[in-house]
Structure formats: structure tokens, C-alpha cells
Design a protein around this ligand. Structure first.
Ligand SMILES: [Zn+2]
Length: 162
């Protein structure tokens, strides 16, 4: 059985108790969270979010440049007025370089992806600061509060960096 099939089963249970069909499209707490896709992080549980509260924009590493398209839409079309960036300990982005992944893709897929930035990092706190600064400096992003945290996968705690 595929995982997708399992999802169909699980979703039926969710549907049976679902009572939030009347939520507004714009997030009620007017916040966009940019956070890594890491499977160990459940942003809703970790941050106290309910359906309708926030835009949670996930990608590998929780990188700002990758999230920019979504942040622009979130702010300009759906009214969010705060950004929270969350990277985390033991992130997969700490384990490779652009060069190593490019080499791997040449050998496995016979594709040259030298133009492609995978945005790995080797300094966790610096990557948070860099991404907060990216949003603060980008002229397409509104002048709103932007904060940055590191989520600890061992304790579940978010620790403020900037
Ligand atoms: Zn990660």
C-alpha cells in the first residue's frame, strides 16, 4: 500500500470530526512562519497554531530565498504582517555542500546543475541571521517584524537568535 492510500484512510477520520469549514482565507494571526521541512518538526504543535492561524512555508532548511515567492503572496494578497524564521539543530542542510550535491546529480542523473543553489549552510545561527536580514532588506518584502529562532529537535524548544 502506498502512503497516499494510508492518507486517504487517515483523512476520513479527520473529516468525521472536522468543524472548521468556515474559516477566512487570510491567516487570522497575520503571521508567516518560514521553517524547515524536517519531518521531526510539527509547527502547529510546537508553536500553538490552529487551522486558519498562519501561513507555514516549509522548504529544505527553511531558507528565505526559497520562501520569497510565498512570502510576497502572503503579505501582499493575504495580509500577513509578521515573519518568523525557524531553522533547527541537526538539520540535513548542515550535511552537504552545493558542490557535493551537484556532483551527485551529475553522476546519478547525468544532469549539470551548476546554476542551481541548494542553499546548504554550515553555521546554524548565522543561517538564521542571514535569512532574517534577507527579508528585512528585500524591497519586495514589507517592513514588518521579522524574528529568527533555532528549534532544538532534542527538546522541542525554540531558542531566539535574532
Ligand atoms: Zn532541516
Amino acid at each position: 500500500m502506498t502512503v497516499a492510500k494510508e492518507f486517504e484512510k487517515s483523512n476520513q477520520k479527520y473529516v468525521d470530526q472536522f468543524a472548521k469549514g468556515d474559516l477566512a482565507l487570510p491567516p487570522s494571526r497575520k503571521v508567516a512562519v518560514v521553517i524547515c521541512m524536517d519531518a521531526r518538526i510539527d509547527p502547529a504543535k510546537a508553536l500553538g497554531l490552529e487551522e486558519g492561524d498562519a501561513h507555514v512555508i516549509r522548504n529544505a532548511g527553511g531558507r528565505a530565498t526559497d520562501a520569497l515567492r510565498s512570502v510576497i503572496i502572503s503579505q501582499r494578497l493575504l495580509g500577513t504582517r509578521e515573519i518568523v524564521v525557524i531553522h533547527h539543530t541537526d538539520c540535513g542542510m548542515l550535511t552537504f555542500t552545493d558542490e557535493s550535491l551537484r556532483k551527485q546529480l551529475v553522476s546519478e542523473a547525468d544532469e549539470n546543475v551548476d546554476h542551481f543553489a541548494f542553499l546548504p549552510f554550515n553555521d546554524l545561527e548565522k543561517s538564521v541571521v542571514d535569512d532574517v536580514k534577507f527579508f528585512k532588506k528585500n524591497s519586495l518584502v514589507l517592513d514588518v517584524p521579522v524574528s529568527g529562532y533555532v528549534y532544538d529537535v532534542k527538546t522541542g524548544a525554540i531558542n531566539k537568535v535574532i
